[in-house]
Design a protein around this ligand. Structure first.
Ligand code: AMP
Length: 397
């Protein structure tokens, strides 16, 4: 038995889950938010209890120290030595990493070199790793990449039709994201496909960030996110795929720089931008109930883009055996699942059981009927367990 920590560091947050491995038992979890502020928030969840504290946290190193001190104070661990390994989420692994990697100088250098491709994410992921290294210098660590699962795509699926020297010189291509989640979903899908020789799966990770992957024999063949997580389907605040000339035209009209418009495409678009209300699907649904037409339009767009990609991937895979709904919206919103299925059912002969669909909120199960040409399942994703597994298997087994 060994305690392993899965870590997801953002630019101003540090999320963690502590596991007992290999039992995969969650011991506790928590998050430090608003790092860098005097009114930062530290939350610890342990044995059904949730404790929240507001206090100054100046940087990630302090957040790590605070986290570990809290674990000792709550008698979750006796001392820091009990943590035997850490696993860190890294958003961009570029073409370097097709699986998780032990952290060493080379790994760190490569992640650092990829910062231009994911400025907010990779820099923050590294800050998180280094903060742990400062406080726990002898504890080994692995990097688990959001892009790794998508490295099996063929060039036809990942090359953009820009001048080819941009691919060679700058690494411009589709890398995808949410790969750890899609891999988890792919692994979980096999139990529904025991009788299928070469399973074809379309996994829909629909949360505030959203992406869809086409998976054949457990390998990713296509995914919606692109060079960065901005590409693909419409999301809570991101545009997803749009005609690139929208960027130029909007910059001209609004007298904004590319960087400013890029922020708007990332943070003020998607469900939020179209509805003008919120990036949260629950708020949009409530507004639709109240007759808000922009909210309705926003959701129709959102659903259609999901359906369009399911159709595209059905063709790409040469059929499909299973469609998976996952993440915040996919797991918890029967209405969204129903709307997506309504868009594809005529072409793909998919049918779901209304009652089963309504029952499943945050729980796993099949929602398709026996007549459906493609099985449809809700599978709650678990990226943290994938990180903890890799940390345990690569460092401690
Ligand atoms: P995630 O990024 O996977 O954590 O998903 C977060 C999003 O899931 C939120 O912004 C909501 O839009 C959505 N969500 C969470 N819970 C529910 C729910 N019970 N019903 C509908 N949507 C939900």
């Amino acid at each position: 038995m060994a305690k392993v920590m899965a870590i997801n560091a953002g630019s101003s947050s540090l999320k963690f889950k502590l596991y007992e491995m290999p039992e995969e038992k969650v011991i506790c979890s928590g998050i430090a938010e608003r790092i860098g502020h005097d009114d930062a928030i530290f939350t610890l969840k342990y044995q059904g209890d949730k404790k929240t504290e507001i206090l100054p946290i100046k940087d990630h190193a302090q957040a790590v120290k605070l986290t570990l001190d809290a674990l000792v104070k709550e008698k979750i661990i006796i001392n820091f030595d009990e943590i035997k390994a850490t696993g860190h989420r890294v958003v961009q692994g570029g073409s370097y990493f097709s699986h998780s990697e032990v952290f060493n100088k080379d790994t760190e250098d490569k992640i650092e070199s990829l910062i231009p491709l994911a400025p907010l994410h990779n820099a923050a992921n590294l800050v998180g790793f280094r903060a742990f290294k400062t406080i726990l210098p002898d504890v080994p660590a692995v990097a688990v990449f959001d892009t790794a699962f998508h490295q099996t795509m063929e060039p036809q699926d990942y090359i953009y039709p820009v001048p080819y020297e941009y691919v060679e010189k700058y690494g411009v291509r589709r890398y995808g994201a949410h790969g750890t989640s899609h891999l988890y979903l792919s692994n979980e899908s096999f139990k529904y496909l025991k009788d299928v020789k070469h399973p074809k799966v379309i996994s829909c990770h629909i949360g505030s960030g959203a992406s869809i992957s086409a998976i054949k024999d457990g390998k990713c063949v296509a995914t919606t996110m692109g060079l960065t997580p901005l590409g693909g389907i419409m999301m809570g605040t991101r545009t997803g795929d749009i005609d690139p000339s929208v960027m130029k035209y909007c910059c001209e009209c609004e007298h904004k720089t590319v960087e400013e418009m890029y922020q708007i495409f990332n943070k003020k678009s998607g469900l939020l931008g179209v509805s003008g209300i919120s990036n949260d699907s629950r708020d949009i649904m409530a507004a639709i109930e109240n007759g808000n037409k922009r909210a309705e339009l926003a959701y129709q767009l959102f659903v259609r883009r999901i359906a369009d990609f399911i159709g595209q991937y059905y063709v790409r895979l040469g059929g499909a055996d299973l469609i998976i709904f996952s993440a915040g919206i996919g797991e918890n919103s029967p209405e969204t699942r129903q709307m997506v299925i309504d868009e594809i059912k005529e072409a793909l002969h998919v049918e779901i059981n209304d009652e089963l669909n309504k029952q499943l909120k945050g729980k796993e199960g099949l929602i398709s009927t026996s007549k459906s040409a493609i099985k449809v399942a809700v599978i709650p994703t678990d990226e943290e367990i994938m990180i903890a597994r890799d940390a345990y298997n690569m460092l401690l087994k």
